[in-house]
Design a protein around this ligand. Structure first.
Ligand code: DGJ
Length: 743
């Protein structure tokens, strides 16, 4: 603890990393904490009242720059108490607080007043821990800070500890609160629904609060725990390339809430963490509660700059590595997969899957994944979930013959599971009806004919870990697609005393993470996908344990352009699985060419999910050619810097993206036409992120550039003059793709 350091020791460097400099330091004179990383500086300090006050978050300041010491806001009116208007790092609900609290506690004696003041701090590599304590009661909150030296993205979380002699109840606990300078802003966030996830929603930030949340027990399709607040001169006019953006993403896969508020004095703060709705976490004497991590970043280069930072941070710092990629700076690009779901649904058999595997291998696919239907008495969705034994009618000799077949075709094998769920029509439920979330003597609401196992229970956790471990021990499985097809209802946990039952909101998700971590430890080369009826469980919490996600059950290639565009604001294309499926599409009945479907999926991590046994030789040839072309440029597409050149949102006539690899030696461009109108040609694409001095050769992957376009030109040419498409690039649902290679 540095609380007692002599005042003469001005700056104390907790960490100084040589490459991109990053540091956390404390100035005893001004009682100011400062974190620097990438192009970002974050400063907070202890004000004369003892509160921890945010002072600066933005573009990096000079090392020599000093801010004036933290001063609470003055009392503008008796209705604006400084306790409420001062931007505190982690404010307790007490005194007179009218904005979102970070922490709200009810004590055993009925006291509900919590006022947190600075107590002490500790340095740690790359960051620091700051301890706050209530002004009279032994409630300690340790705020954890770390800053990434490359991107300047901060990771913040809190540990709440009670040293009271009687239990206290935490009614609200944020991971962190972020404060922004007063100004005019556009708020960006992601909303959606099943089959329509990741809509970028943009609105002027106004006085009051915008609540983005899930009360569903998991992350949810309806909103995703990400926000970006962009400084604008005209509210509502967000800009892809310019302007200051503060953004954040919450790493939690249970119920969550982010509140973005602008107070009556125009101050803006963003508070996020556990959803306080129906929350009540009892801390017994000496117990602690760890909050999720809330990541926050800053970019001076618009929403595009913000997402490039997040993508890089996720790839370098969040996504797991296998034993084979341990210690590597980046995860391995995803194998190109085949998935059986849209081809065979539950009707999986050894012969049928083997036939599909042969076709898949001939296309150049790397991984064959058998989806739902292989276990228990699973014929449709009303039976079998929970009974994780191989169905003998479909696979008389177990999974081994199919897995051997897949291996003989030089692919690895993946399998679908939905571990947290049970059909009432299952042996598991008949044996353990008490294992599901429920309130005794109340109905149990089913969705998709299934109930949610209460993973917070130790016996359920052990069962789930046990069957998955056995499955992986007994079969040569490289990959699990981990599905989760409904949200919670009746979230009771009647094993615990009534006052403690709401712990389920924390313990369920902690056990989920625990199982994933243990499985990865025991099977260090197994990879996992997070799927929840599409994109219902994608967040920076689950992504610490899963290698990829399924963004949507909607595989319509045109709809996917918008879903993928929205997804890319928060998440890297590295994890964005995208399958090519049948035309006409089952959802929209839209007919599209195979090339269009392939290119739509090639913007992310490619997969094929159609019944390829029915494909014509011509289709097989197109897919084989494009899979080979994709393999060559995949690292650039999924791990490069992404530029959203033309957005597909709002039914846009055109859309285009470009990615550039980190050493600027390669770039890939995708261009899509929705429907040509009035004979309009595709806009000239002014490319971005290239080296202006270098020469780049353009090669079509699909489609043609204009006959006037040079084959080779400088980065300056492609960025300023631009890439012109062939005049015949017109029509409905057309697509083109190009690679640029540095000479
Ligand atoms: C929902 C998933 O999102 C689909 O891809 C598929 O795996 C089905 N569940 C299987 O039941």
């Amino acid at each position: 603890m540095l609380k007692t350091l002599p005042a003469t020791l001005l700056f104390c460097f907790a960490a100084l990393l040589p490459a991109q400099s990053s540091a956390a330091r404390f100035d005893m004179g001004t009682k100011e904490f400062r974190l620097d990383g990438g192009n970002v500086t974050y400063v907070f300090g202890v004000n004369p009242r003892g509160e921890l006050q945010q002072m600066y978050w933005g573009a990096r300041l000079a090392d020599s720059d000093k801010l004036s010491p933290a001063q609470p806001m003055r009392e503008v009116a008796s209705f604006d108490p400084p306790y409420s208007t001062t931007p505190q790092e982690y404010v307790g609900w007490g005194a007179g607080l009218y904005v979102e609290p970070a922490l709200k506690i009810t004590f055993a004696d009925g006291n509900r007043d919590l006022v947190l003041h600075y107590d002490s701090h500790t340095d740690k590599p790359g960051g620091l821990d700051v301890v706050l304590k209530d002004i009279s009661r032994p409630i300690y909150v340790t705020l954890h800070y770390a800053i990434d030296p490359e991107t300047g993205i901060l990771a913040r979380s809190a540990t709440i500890e009670s040293r009271e002699s009687a239990p206290v109840t935490i009614e609200q606990a944020a991971a962190a609160a972020w404060a922004l300078p007063r100004g005019q802003y556009t708020l960006n966030y992601l909303t959606g629904r099943w089959g329509g996830e990741y809509n970028l929603t943009q609105e002027p930030l106004q006085h009051g609060a915008r609540v983005i949340e899930s009360r569903r027990g998991s992350t949810g399709h309806q909103a995703n725990p990400w926000f970006a607040v962009q400084s604008v001169t005209q509210p509502g006019a967000a800009d892809e390339d310019h302007g200051e953006v503060w953004f954040g993403a919450l790493g939690w896969s249970g119920s969550w809430r982010i509140v973005v508020e602008q107070d009556q004095l125009d101050a803006v703060r963003v508070t996020g963490g556990f959803n306080p709705f129906d929350f009540g976490y009892v801390l017994k004497p000496g117990e602690k509660l760890d909050t999720p991590i809330f990541y926050g970043g800053y970019s001076a280069h618009g929403l595009g700059g913000a997402s490039r930072l997040l993508h890089s941070f996720e790839n370098h710092n969040i996504l797991p590595r296998t034993a084979k990629t341990a210690g590597q700076p980046l995860p391995k690009p995803r194998p190109v997969i085949y998935n059986s779901w849209e081809a065979t649904e539950y009707n999986v058999t050894e012969t049928g899957q083997s036939a599909l595997a042969e076709k898949a291998a001939a296309l150049g696919i790397d991984r064959f994944v058998m989806d739902d239907g292989w276990f228990g008495q699973r014929k449709v969705d009303n039976a079998g979930l929970g009974d994780w034994y191989v169905n003998k009618e479909k696979f008389p000799n177990g999974l081994k013959p199919l897995i051997d077949k897949v291996h003989s075709l030089h692919m690895d094998f993946g399998l679908w599971v939905e571990p947290e769920m049970v059909n009432p029509n299952s042996d598991l439920y008949r044996a353990h009806p008490d294992w599901v979330l429920n309130f005794p003597n109340r109905p149990r609401s089913e969705a998709r004919n299934q109930l949610v196992l209460n993973l917070a229970r130790t016996d359920v956790r052990d069962y789930v870990l046990g069957f998955l471990d056995k499955l992986l021990n007994e079969n040569d499985i490289a990959f699990l697609k981990w599905d989760y097809n409904r949200n919670w209802s009746e979230p009771g946990w009647d094993q615990l005393p009534p006052a403690e039952q709401k712990k389920v909101y924390v313990a369920f998700t902690q056990n989920l993470y625990g199982i994933l971590a243990e499985l990865r430890k025991r099977h260090p080369n197994v990879e996992i996908e997070s799927c929840s009826g599409g994109g219902g469980r994608v967040d920076l919490g689950i992504l610490r344990y899963t290698d990829e996600v399924w963004p949507s059950d909607n595989t319509d290639p045109f709809d996917r352009l918008t879903i993928q565009d929205g997804f890319s604001y928060a998440y890297t294309p590295q994890i964005m699985m995208a399958w090519v499926t049948a035309s006409p599409h089952w959802l929209n009945k839209r007919t599209t060419s195979l090339a269009y479907r392939m290119l739509s999926s090639m913007q992310g991590s490619l997969g094929i999910g159609d019944n390829i046994a029915k494909w014509s030789d011509q289709d097989l040839a197109v897919a084989k050619r494009l899979i080979a072309a994709y393999h060559e440029v995949q690292p650039t597409i999924v791990q490069g810097d992404l530029y959203r050149l033309i957005s597909p949102r709002n039914g846009s006539e055109f859309s285009a993206t470009q990615t550039v690899n980190h050493d600027k030696t390669q770039s890939v461009v995708f261009a899509f036409i929705h429907s040509t109108q009035e004979g309009r040609g595709f806009p000239i694409l002014k490319l971005k992120g290239l080296d202006p001095q270098a020469q780049y050769t353009v090669t079509p992957i699909e489609g043609k550039a204009s006959h006037n376009a040079p084959a080779t030109a400088s980065g300056a040419f492609w960025m300023n003059h631009g890439l012109d498409m062939d005049d015949n690039f017109r029509g409905d649902f057309q697509a083109a793709a190009f690679r640029l290679d540095r000479k």
